[in-house]
Design a protein around this ligand. Structure first.
Ligand SMILES: C[S@@+](CC[C@H](N)C(=O)[O-])C[C@H]1O[C@@H](n2cnc3c(N)ncnc32)[C@H](O)[C@@H]1O
Length: 201
């Protein structure tokens, strides 16, 4: 499935600089699975862009947890420059080599994002309006991060794989929250969960 992105020429050019850097760095620090390199655009860029589209814009502060090679957070920061939403993006990543990569892309593209080389659990509360996290952990774990780092009335956006129904049932026994589901545009089976009102049961 190939999906085109509705972004300006400038944004597309920045995303292409990002993709070139990713191809260059990936063999050394494994930012994304090498099986996905031939389909980089769909598997990572379009996949991240759909998360951007689901947010209630305008967004002041967007925090992406466990950013790795920058998905979805760095794509969101680059797309956001056009609409000034989010105004501020924070990328949290514990691996310092991946942080060096993220900072290089930020410098080369002029993206407006801050990299925090720290573990999510020990970070002071971020009070973000949106929290995203892709491929970071179970919904239960992600909700504990959301509880800590979301501002009041904030929204968490989590893409989830084919096992999402079981994760949802497990999380329901520990957490109260409201959610909406969107189907992934890039794969059949996965969904994107949009979650508000996170509180422990
Ligand atoms: C499987 S990768 C996913 C990366 C990216 N979100 C993606 O979808 O391509 C998970 C990333 O989260 C980082 N990570 C895992 N646990 C973390 C924690 N507790 N605090 C900060 N970063 C963490 C890892 O270093 C890794 O880069």
């Amino acid at each position: 499935m190939s999906v085109t992105l509705d972004v300006s020429r400038e944004t597309k050019a920045r995303l292409e600089i990002y993709a070139d850097l990713l191809r260059k760095w990936n063999p050394k620090i494994n930012l994304v699975s090498k099986n996905t390199i031939d389909d980089l655009w769909n598997r990572h860029f379009v996949d991240s862009a759909q998360i951007y589209s689901l947010a209630p814009h305008p967004v002041k502060h967007w925090a992406d947890l466990g950013s790795g090679g920058g998905f979805p957070g760095l794509v969101i920061a680059i797309m956001g420059a056009e609409r000034k939403s989010p105004k501020k993006t924070t990328l949290v990543e514990s691996d310092s080599r991946k942080c060096a990569f993220l900072r290089t892309v930020i410098r080369e593209t002029g993206a407006f994002a801050t990299v925090v080389n720290e573990r999510i659990e020990v970070l002071p509360e971020l009070s973000a309006d949106i929290i995203s996290a892709r491929a970071l952990g179970s919904l239960d774990l992600l909700l504990s991060f959301a509880e800590r780092h979301l501002a009041n009335n904030g929204t968490a956006i989590f893409p989830k794989g084919a096992n999402w129904e079981k994760e949802l049932a497990d999380a329901r026994s520990k957490w109260n929250f409201d959610y909406q589901l969107a189907k992934s545009k890039t794969e059949t089976g996965p969904v994107i969960m949009k979650i508000t009102g996170v509180a422990r049961v």
